[in-house]
Ligand binder design. Structure first.
Ligand code: AMP
Length: 248
C-alpha cells in the first residue's frame, strides 16, 4: 500500500505574523517558513505505518512555490520515499488543492491519503473533506489514533465529550489531529540522504486544474490589542468589580 501525504509550506508556528500595511494579507517577506505542523504529524504517521509493515511507500506532495521543495526535502529526510512538487506562485485555495490531489491520487492509487486537519496559515480545515467528497472515498478526520485492520483502517477521532472510532474501507482519506503522535527530527545523515531521493516537479496545468481564486479577501487586520489588567486589593473589591462588569 502507498500512502500519499500532502504537506503545505506555511509561516512557521513560532513567528508572530505581521499584517501588510494595506490590509491585503500577511507579510511573508523574510519570514521563516516551515512544514505545517499537522502535516509533520501526517508524515510521521505514514512513516510509522511503513515501519510497521502496513505500507510500502510514502509519497509527499506539496502545491506551492519552488521553495516548497524545502518542505518536501524535510518530509524526505523524515523518511518519505519520494516527493512531488506541483509548482505555482498562485495562492491555491483548498478546492484547487483537493482537485490536484485527486488527480495525483488517481494516478498513484494510494491506500490512504493522510493530510493534516488544517493548515495553520488560513485555518481552512477543508482540503481533506473536499478530497474525500470529490473522490467518493470514506474519511476519518481529526485522527488521534490510526490502525490498519486488513482492508480497513480504524480511525479514533477527537470529538466533543470523548473519542469516536470509525472503521473505513480502504482506500480512504485520513486527517491528523495534534495528539496522534510526536513527529521525529530528521537526523543529519537522513537530511543528506534526502537530497538524493526523487522529487518530481509538475504544474497545476499538468492536471488540468484551474487554480484561479474563487474567494476574494476583503480585509486582513491585526486582532484588537489586549487591554491591560488591573490588580485589586482584596476579594470584596474583586467581586464588586466583577458585578459592575456584569460577569458575576
Ligand atoms: P486546509 O484545508 O487548507 O486547512 O489544509 C488541510 C490539509 O490539506 C493540510 O494540513 C495539508 O495536509 C493539505 N494541504 C492544504 N494546502 C496544501 C498545499 N498547498 N500543498 C499540500 N498540501 C496542502
Amino acid at each position: 500500500m502507498k500512502i500519499l501525504v500532502p504537506v503545505k509550506r506555511v509561516i512557521d508556528y513560532n513567528v508572530k505574523p505581521r499584517v501588510k500595511a494595506d490590509g491585503s494579507g500577511v507579510d511573508l517577506a523574510n519570514v521563516k517558513m516551515s512544514m505545517n505542523p499537522f502535516d509533520e504529524i501526517a508524515v510521521e504517521e505514514a512513516i510509522r505505518l511503513k515501519e510497521a509493515g502496513a505500507a510500502e511507500e510514502v509519497i509527499a506532495v506539496s502545491i506551492g512555490p519552488a521553495k516548497a521543495q524545502e518542505t518536501l526535502r524535510t518530509a524526505l529526510a523524515m523518511g518519505a520515499d519520494r516527493a512531488i512538487l506541483v509548482e505555482t506562485d498562485a495562492e491555491v485555495e483548498p478546492l484547487a488543492v483537493a482537485k490536484i490531489l485527486k488527480a495525483i491520487a488517481e494516478a498513484e492509487e494510494p491506500g490512504i491519503v493522510m493530510l493534516g486537519k488544517q493548515a495553520i496559515d488560513d485555518d481552512s480545515n477543508q482540503t481533506g473533506q473536499m478530497l474525500a467528497a470529490l473522490m467518493g472515498r470514506p474519511q476519518g478526520t481529526f485522527a488521534s489514533k490510526v490502525a490498519i485492520d486488513g482492508d480497513h483502517v480504524s480511525v479514533t477521532r477527537e470529538v466533543d465529550g470523548g473519542l469516536e472510532t470509525v472503521k473505513l474501507a480502504l482506500p480512504a482519506i485520513v486527517t491528523t489531529d495534534l495528539r496522534l503522535n510526536e513527529p521525529r527530527y530528521a537526523s543529519l545523515p537522513n537530511i543528506m540522504k534526502a537530497k538524493k531521493k526523487p522529487l518530481d516537479t509538475k504544474t497545476p496545468d499538468d492536471f488540468g486544474v484551474d487554480v484561479a481564486p474563487r474567494l476574494k479577501t476583503t480585509h486582513v487586520g491585526e486582532p484588537p490589542v489586549r487591554q491591560a489588567g488591573e490588580i485589586v486589593p482584596d476579594v470584596d473589591t474583586l467581586v464588586a468589580k466583577l458585578k459592575s462588569l456584569g460577569v458575576a
